[in-house]
Design a protein around this ligand. Structure first.
Ligand SMILES: Cc1ncc(COP(=O)(O)O)c(C=O)c1O
Length: 359
């Protein structure tokens, strides 16, 4: 394998090299057929077999029961912010806001049904540096929406809350660990962090929700119509689905999601230990260690100058895309499934060396 940079981008993000290699080969020639996987009909037998296998592996990895459908659509996670209220908002929906993305989801829903969206808790007053506490959702609400891992602010729900109709934007932690699908109404995530290239969103949705969909919802925005068409109402992101298949095969070779969760926890610990052991030189932007993300690790240095120097020196050591999101600043290390342990170790080493020289 050619030497690769350690790419800490928040998404699109680094993917396992084995996945890229297998996908690149299939892009050039699919199973020796003389055409690539991105060059055949989404209604032909080749892609249909890919689709079936991808759904089957997804079901097996996440232990998805028959009560739920698996969809591969376009439009990203952002489109689901609108489609969820368009399809499923009968009554009042509740939103918990823990950062940039759950806020966007709530704002989008408010734009569609201003009187039917209730924000029941928000961490905004403390800059999303901890989760809001002391809230309870109404079990009779149309649904409860959360973002399980906030990519910008670096916090997560260690355990997803319990609610009869829980909707989860899991974009930046999807399949980084097992998820409680059976007790969740809908889980969705853009592929471009843990799963594959941008342009595809994985949706797992409980079928009984389809009863709520009104006649006025256009077919292209209707989850049931997509499910009935096995994600082929129109042309799905076929190459993205193929990469997903290779990612699922890779996940199985890693030992499945429980093994991946353990590896991700070990990776995150390497960096959090460097923060916690720095005597305050590095400050995590999440004040409550209990909700620190294992995917997006955010911290600050004592000054802008030192931050710039840290980034420059990291780049010279082939550690890329560590600049924090513009509203938060500092450093953000995104360490999705595709980031090897060595990348996290290299960053932790850089942090210690940099502090020694500049602290
Ligand atoms: C948690 C979360 N939700 C939603 C999105 C938006 O995803 P997309 O660009 O696929 O619409 C992102 C993108 O980074 C995200 O991190």
């Amino acid at each position: 394998m050619k030497k690769r940079a350690f790419n800490f981008a928040a998404g699109p993000a680094t993917l396992p090299y084995e996945v890229l290699e297998a996908s690149a080969a299939a892009l050039l020639d699919f199973q020796g057929k003389g055409f690539g996987i991105a060059e055949c009909s989404h209604r032909g037998k080749e892609f249909d077999a890919v689709l079936d296998e991808t759904i089957a592996r997804c079901r097996s990895l996440l232990q998805i029961p028959d009560t739920h459908d698996v969809l591969f659509l376009q439009g990203g996670a952002t489109q689901q912010f609108a489609l969820i209220p368009m399809n499923f908002l009968n009554g009042v929906a509740e939103y918990v806001i823990t950062g940039e993305w759950s806020k966007k989801a709530a704002d989008t829903a408010k734009g569609i049904a201003p009187d039917k969206v209730k924000v029941i808790a928000s961490g905004e007053s403390t800059g999303f540096d901890r989760h809001p506490v002391g809230w309870t959702a109404d079990p009779n609400a149309a649904y409860l929406h959360i973002c399980s891992n906030e990519t910008v602010h670096g916090n997560r729900f260690v355990e997803w809350p319990k609610h009869p109709t829980l909707m989860v934007d899991a974009s930046s932690e999807i399949m980084s660990r097992p998820h409680p699908i059976a007790r969740t109404a809908m889980v969705y995530g853009g592929a471009q962090k843990n799963l594959g290239p941008a342009g595809l969103v994985l949706i797992i949705v409980r079928k009984d929700l389809y009863d709520r969909i009104g006649k006025s919802v256009p077919k292209i925005f209707n989850y049931k119509v997509h499910a009935d068409a096995k994600s082929c109402l129109n042309t799905p992101p076929t190459f993205g689905v193929y990469v997903l298949l290779e990612t699922f095969r890779w996940m199985e070779r890693q030992g499945g999601l429980a093994a991946i969760e353990k590896r991700n926890a070990d990776k995150a610990k390497l960096i959090y230990d460097a923060i916690d052991g720095s005597g305050g030189f590095y400050k995590g932007t999440v004040a409550d260690p209990a909700v620190r993300s294992h995917m997006n690790i955010t911290f600050k240095l004592p000054s802008e100058e030192l931050t710039d120097k840290f980034l420059k020196e990291a780049t010279s050591k082939s550690m890329l895309a560590l600049k924090g999101y513009r509203t938060v600043g500092g450093i953000r290390a995104s360490v999705y499934n595709g980031m090897p342990v060595e990348g996290c170790q290299a960053l932790a080493d850089h942090m210690r060396e940099f502090m020694k020289a500049n602290g």
